[in-house]
Design a protein around this ligand. Sequence first.
Ligand SMILES: O=C([O-])CC(=O)C(=O)O
Ligand SMILES: [Mg+2]
Length: 225
Amino acid sequence: MKKVINTRPAIDEKRIAPFREMEDVLSLSCVVGDAMERSNVMRHDMKPKAANKKIIGPAITVKLTAGDIVDCLEVFELAQPGDVIVIDAFGETETSIWGGLMSGLARNAGVVGAVIDGSCRDTDESTMLGFPITAKVSGPRAAHTAYSGRKEPISINVPVSCGGIIVNPGDLIVADEIGVSVVPYEELEEVYPIAREQADKEIATREEILNGATVEELLNKFGRI
Ligand SMILES: O=C([O-])CC(=O)C(=O)O
Ligand SMILES: [Mg+2]
């Protein structure tokens, strides 16, 4: 059975850290999407299914095979602390490829969340562990791995399609209760100052609105809402 396991190109944590420090920013996936002129925003149906907290970190990618999707048990040996596991399960909704025990293994590897274009289950377990999952759907039916023991076909650290967006290994994932934005690794340094500036403007605008500012006043001062 097909098995491709690539090594991810080295990640410069200095490019990732400023985004991690934005964890408290409200509407973060929107701010980051805006900073890329609305590109690289996943489909609306990619939503938190467990432990509703933000997921910020570089992607380790998993590509599964439509018609023969499996549990990606090998990814836990490859994931680095701080990683986000991004799984392309071809949007399959009737068979879950992630469960609560896998959340425990991911957490032990230091993984900060999973983003799945497909289905997950055992979401109560993942919430109990504080391990956030964003996925298309959730449902109880398992993949065949639990019965067959087969963990292939699988490709790890290849470009994948997730929520309608191409994700390369090392791209930055920003997921919150609203959705998921993806910053290509080579654009991190360009996108960060734009996102930070918009976040700061929004904080100031929010304050002005609480103090009763009008749309005209806000446009004059900030140039946008
Ligand atoms: O079969 C699965 O999807 C895996 C599972 O339940 C778990 O990790 O707890
Ligand atoms: Mg389970």
